[in-house]
Ligand binder design. Structure first.
Ligand code: CA
Length: 538
């Protein structure tokens, strides 16, 4: 019986795919699948769901704002490192888990709360996706760049960042905080499109490993090894202006130094916003926190400030305070009603670093393509333009920030036809009073493996992460290919992805999903992947 069911499933899939591909009718039914809603407007642009009415509504809104302000809107992306979906109060955490987040919650209640925002499973890939609008498997930035490592090929040599394109369109573009997309000359923010940069090229744990002997005795207590790791570890706060050499701001030499980094970044972003307002220049600013990635050391005044009193929770409170500070800067400088603010995290909470970690009500965590690794808090906030109090589970992939930012800056036509762009323009979704997502599906990768996809409320796994131990998602997991039927979870009924209901309840959906996956796979034929040397042979 089981064999018959499976055979039938395969036959249905084969027939349906054939129909979609060839466009002829089977059994007298109309060709095509009514669930496939997208339109592809160019070979290198991801197909999107058309919403002409909401596009017209949003165009009129933006024209009204431009007539009032005389310039294009500002864009402020607040990117927290490793914050879990469930950390902010607006997403179920906050005071309930010992770290209230009133400022982040105010963005959610005053704007659009997105409950289906997707990042990549780790830091570098998500940052690459936001900057390029491309899945990391295309740019080659498929996994975090490690201590002392530089890709063999400069990934940026033939990439275009949103910052670079907006700079050409008259924006002042700034990058504050954690970069983690290359340390070599030619790969730093002010060398790949940003007008100004102030931050760290690596990640806080690359610094703490040569400082904190309690956490890293194997390095810090071994003088010879410590000296060598110090040679390759990036421990500097640096800054740079386009066309000028990188300057050292400060060497991070103590836990006290590390604890203050996010306040340094906040000071710089505060100044950047004030300068831009004074100069009447539209700006694009990516403020990328170092916190709440491990290792969290409370800034002066923050130790024990959270009810939980744990370093991670104190860091959440600090991040929330900085969010409040930067929103206040926008307000003070008269920019609040001319700025799209987007708040999010670059991946799920890192369960492997417990208790220095956050929370998500999903399976898995950072490093996996279970929802706990890739679903992140997302908030779009723009008083007067984004209707307050909206919540949507429409799909939003962080690659969409690329297209959406360019569209707001009238720079979308600057996208070159030579690179495939996975992001879609979501201005209609975010800004329309009842906006709907232009995105039909989210494709989820681990390095170059297509693991899963989200479509409607369903999550379909072609490959799955198996975790051997609780809270060991990165350090003790394996990847397995699913059997005859992909694993399918209804995320409304089973948000923790605990029991696949695959072939029994989703037979109708497989042809749609396989068709979308087929179209996705076909893009690689015309636009090949780049290999920059980060792939690990196994
Ligand atoms: Ca991260």
């Amino acid at each position: 019986m089981k064999f018959m069911l499976c055979s039938r499933l395969i036959a249905v899939l084969a027939l349906s795919l054939c129909c979609v591909a060839a466009g002829f009718a089977a059994d007298g039914k109309p060709a095509g699948n009514p669930f496939l809603q997208t339109v592809r407007v160019a070979p290198n642009l991801e197909p999107a769901i058309p919403h002409p009415e909401q596009d017209a509504e949003v165009r009129a809104k933006l024209e009204r704002i431009k007539a009032k302000t005389g310039r294009a809107p500002n864009i402020l992306i607040l990117l927290v490192d490793d914050m879990g979906y469930g950390d902010p109060g607006a997403f179920g955490g906050g005071a309930a888990i010992g770290a209230p987040t009133p400022n982040i919650d105010a963005l959610a209640s005053g704007g659009l709360k997105l409950t289906s925002t997707y990042a990549q499973p780790t830091c570098t890939p998500t940052r690459a996706a936001i900057n390029t609008g491309r899945l990391p498997t295309r740019s080659g930035l498929t996994r975090p760049i490690l201590t002392g490592e530089n890709p063999k090929v400069n990934p940026w040599a033939d990439e275009a960042t949103a910052a670079g394109l907006l700079s050409e369109a008259g924006y002042r573009t700034g990058m504050a905080g954690k970069w983690h997309l290359g340390e070599a000359i030619g790969t730093q923010p002010h060398q790949v499109g940003y007008d100004e940069y102030f931050g760290i090229l690596s990640v806080v744990s690359e610094m703490s490993q040569v400082i904190d002997g309690h956490l890293y005795p194997e390095i810090v207590n071994k003088a010879e090894r410590l000296a060598k790791v110090k040679q390759i570890a990036s421990t500097l706060v640096t800054r740079g202006l386009r066309g000028q050499p990188t300057e050292v701001v400060k060497k991070m030499a103590s836990i006290d130094d590390l604890s203050r980094m996010d306040q340094m970044f906040a000071d710089w972003s505060d100044g950047f916003i004030r300068r831009s307002a004074k100069d009447k220049k539209p700006f694009y600013l990516v403020h990328a926190f170092s916190k709440v990635h491990n290792d969290n050391y409370p800034a002066p005044g923050y130790a024990g400030k959270s009810p939980a009193g744990l370093p991670y929770k104190d860091a959440v409170v600090e991040v929330d305070d900085i969010v409040g500070r930067l929103i206040n800067t926008l307000k003070e400088t008269g920019q609040l009603e001319n700025t799209l603010v987007f708040f999010t995290s670059d991946n799920g909470a890192n369960e492997d670093t417990w208790p220095d970690t956050g929370f998500q009500p999903f399976r898995g965590g950072k490093g996996t393509t279970w929802e706990g690794g890739v679903r992140v808090p997302g908030i779009a906030y723009w008083p007067g333009t984004i209707k307050a109090g909206r919540t949507s589970d429409g799909l939003f992939d962080l690659t969409d920030l690329f297209n959406t930012s360019l569209a707001l800056g009238n720079a979308h036509e600057k996208i070159a036809p030579t690179r495939y762009i996975d992001g879609v323009n979501q201005t209609g979704f975010l800004l329309g009073d009842n906006g709907e997502s232009a995105r039909q599906a989210v494709f989820m990768y681990s390095e170059n493996n297509l693991m899963a996809m989200r479509w409607q409320e369903f999550k379909i796994h072609m490959r799955v992460f198996n975790t051997a131990e609780t809270r060991q998602n990165i350090d003790a997991s394996t990847i397995a290919v699913t059997g005859m039927s992909p694993w399918v979870f209804n995320l409304y009924a089973d948000p923790k992805e605990q029991r696949s209901s695959g072939h029994r309840y989703f037979e109708w959906g497989f042809p749609v999903v396989l068709s979308m996956m087929g179209a996705h796979a076909a893009t690689f034929a015309q636009f090949p992947r780049k290999d920059i040397g980060l792939s690990v042979a196994r």
